[in-house]
Ligand binder design. Structure first.
Ligand SMILES: Cc1cc2nc3c(=O)[nH]c(=O)nc-3n(C[C@H](O)[C@H](O)[C@H](O)COP(=O)(O)OP(=O)(O)OC[C@H]3O[C@@H](n4cnc5c(N)ncnc54)[C@H](O)[C@@H]3O)c2cc1C
Ligand code: SF4
Length: 534
């Protein structure tokens, strides 16, 4: 089959490119493994929309008990389904116990389970990149048109210098509101100490929602949004599937990219019939997520080195405790995603900024205790609201300069006949000191409202931010020995083979990457169009 533009994958990056190419009147073919949610799990969602019975919804999900064999106890299983995490029959990835990473073979990729957190990068964190801040964000409105963002104008705009999206249509919880008001009172003091704050920016809105509703504050965000207010790239694909220039091919595992004379080919295996097919295309855009993208490039002999190195943004947890009791802090209906962002930039502490997400108490905090107390653990906050209502969580993310790295190598195929890859990590001695400095800084600045203890900080496993990439960093470099991409994401001078996912970010700043990766992908398509390359 001969195509114009093949995109591999159906996550947010792919959706951004597909939408952009179709708007430019180009033909698009998507090749995707594309696992979908089971019918019985979708029924749980539909039943909720019908009855609005939250207790029944949670019971139906819990009946379908999933043994959490994953390293993160807080993972989301949308409507009780594991489909996002299903492996394929062609690849094996091996890693040590203390490394966390997640791949998806789903229709919509990891956007089925992401936290929807969105933020610009801090300009100083990317000033060493070969692309300027303004240029990087020049196509942001293309992305804002397809990904709804709730994002109020506040002190964060003073920090970032730009904003995304539109004002929030849902309220803050009582603890978040109190925290926000207290910080607002001492804004100048905090800003002088390099601490900026504001409402979290989330990819939540009514672009694809049931009956066009805005967030209903139902609190089910960690179980699957029944109203489809949380952005998932499959929502956009469901719409563009009717475009006559668009072809979506699922159940296709992209096994190799082959360069034959001036032709670019994708070799695929049908995951149901096992049939092999070859597609030829002028342009190939690879958007499988950094680890699966590197695997595909390894088996296509498109990696020069014998290993691929991923940068990561180290994640850490810091529980903080309200000094005062705040009314209804455990019983209020609310959107349970992160409610506030704190941004720290102070050269005396670290040379890069640190991003923190604030969560007021939510039942998912108790999930790790389920193995000891069963479902009764969820009754505790009802009996002891004075204790649980004071618990809040900050989740912090460091820049990749202060984080470990993930290393991937390709192993020879063994009897299993599967492609085999090994993952390991390389320690960065700066992690502990950086986390300690940030915790002490927070303690000093938030001491009027919260009890904060350095020894309660939990530095998460390498990879647990799920913000890894920079494996084929985009630059103006012409170093022919290094694996890299140019500023259009074109790989190692392989004409018309583009990587557009997080593989090409030069670093992994502490801020959530996905929306930024999409903005960059839209910029690249616009640039390629101007250059007449697509
Ligand atoms: C628990 C969790 C929470 C997260 N929260 C956030 C957050 O709040 N904010 C944020 O910015 N980011 C978050 N992320 C990261 C975010 O989900 C990813 O960065 C984003 O989904 C990446 O999009 P993508 O399009 O590059 O690829 P992915 O979403 O990874 O999708 C990959 C696609 O490629 C396809 N594919 C893979 N291999 C092949 C192959 N060989 N052949 C054919 N198809 C293939 C898959 O079917 C899939 O469609 C989170 C991630 C996790 C795991
Ligand atoms: S609270 Fe969460 S699950 Fe409920 S509508 Fe809002 S975003 Fe969706």
């Amino acid at each position: 089959m001969i195509c114009e533009n093949i995109i591999i994958g159906s996550g947010p990056t792919s959706a951004t490119i597909a939408d952009k190419l179709l708007k430019l009147n180009k033909k698009v073919t998507i090749i995707d493994i594309g696992n979908t949610i089971e019918k019985k799990n979708l029924e749980i969602k539909n039943e909720y929309l019908h009855t609005k019975n939250k207790k029944e919804f949670l019971n139906s999900i819990r009946k379908n008990k999933i043994l959490n064999k994953y390293k993160n106890p807080h993972l989301k299983f949308p409507f009780g389904s594991e489909f996002v995490f299903q492996k394929n029959n062609y690849e094996n990835f091996f890693g040590p116990k203390n490394l966390d990473y997640i791949l998806s073979n789903a229709y919509g990729g990891l956007s089925n389970i992401w936290g929807t957190m969105v933020s610009p990068f801090f300009h100083k964190d990317i000033e060493n990149w070969d692309i300027g801040f303004k240029d990087f964000y020049k196509s942001k409105s293309d992305t804002e048109n397809i990904i709804p963002i709730s994002s109020s104008k506040d002190n964060l705009e003073d920090f970032f210098g730009i904003n995304f999206g539109k004002d929030h249509k849902f309220k803050l919880s009582n603890p978040a509101k109190t925290f926000f008001e207290n910080m607002t009172k001492k804004k100048d003091f905090l800003n002088n100490n390099g601490l900026f704050f504001g409402r979290s920016k989330v990819a939540v809105g009514n672009y694809y929602s049931n009956n066009n509703v805005e967030c209903q504050e139902c609190g089910l965000c960690h179980y699957g949004c029944p109203y489809d207010c949380m952005f998932n790239s499959s929502q956009l694909f469901d719409i563009i599937k009717s475009n006559k220039n668009f072809l979506y091919l699922n159940n296709k595992f992209a096994s190799k990219i082959i360069k034959k004379d001036s032709l670019n080919l994708v070799e695929c295996i049908d995951t149901i019939t096992k049939e092999q097919t070859i597609f030829s295309s002028k342009n190939i855009f690879i958007c499988c997520g950094p680890i699966s993208t590197a695997a595909l490039l390894f088996r296509s002999n498109l990696v020069k080195a014998n290993k691929v190195t991923f940068k990561e943004s180290q994640r850490f947890f810091l529980p903080i405790f309200n000094k005062n009791h705040i009314k209804n802090s455990t019983s209020q209906d609310k959107n349970v995603l992160s409610e506030l962002y704190l941004e720290i930039y102070d050269k005396k502490l670290l040379s890069k900024s640190v991003h923190l997400q604030y969560y007021s108490f939510v039942d998912i905090f108790l999930k790790p205790l389920e193995k000891f107390f069963g479902k009764y653990v969820y009754l505790f906050p009802k009996f002891f609201p004075f204790i649980f209502g004071r618990v809040n969580l900050l989740i912090g993310y460091l820049h990749s300069d202060y984080s470990n790295k993930i290393i991937m190598t390709s192993l020879p195929n063994q009897e299993s006949g599967k492609y085999q890859y090994s993952l390991s990590f390389e320690k960065n001695e700066l992690v502990n000191d950086a986390v300690n400095k940030i915790t002490s800084h927070l303690k000093e600045n938030l001491k009027e409202d919260f009890y904060i203890f350095n020894n309660l900080t939990n530095i998460n496993l390498t990879g647990a931010s799920y913000h890894y990439g920079s494996s084929f960093p985009m630059s103006n470099s012409s170093d022919s020995f290094k694996d890299h991409t140019n500023l259009d994401g074109e790989l190692n001078n392989n004409e018309n083979i583009y990587l557009l996912d997080a593989s090409i970010l030069p670093d992994m700043p502490g801020h959530p990457t996905t929306f930024n990766v999409c903005v960059n992908a839209a910029r690249i398509i616009n640039d390629l169009n101007e250059k007449g390359k697509i």
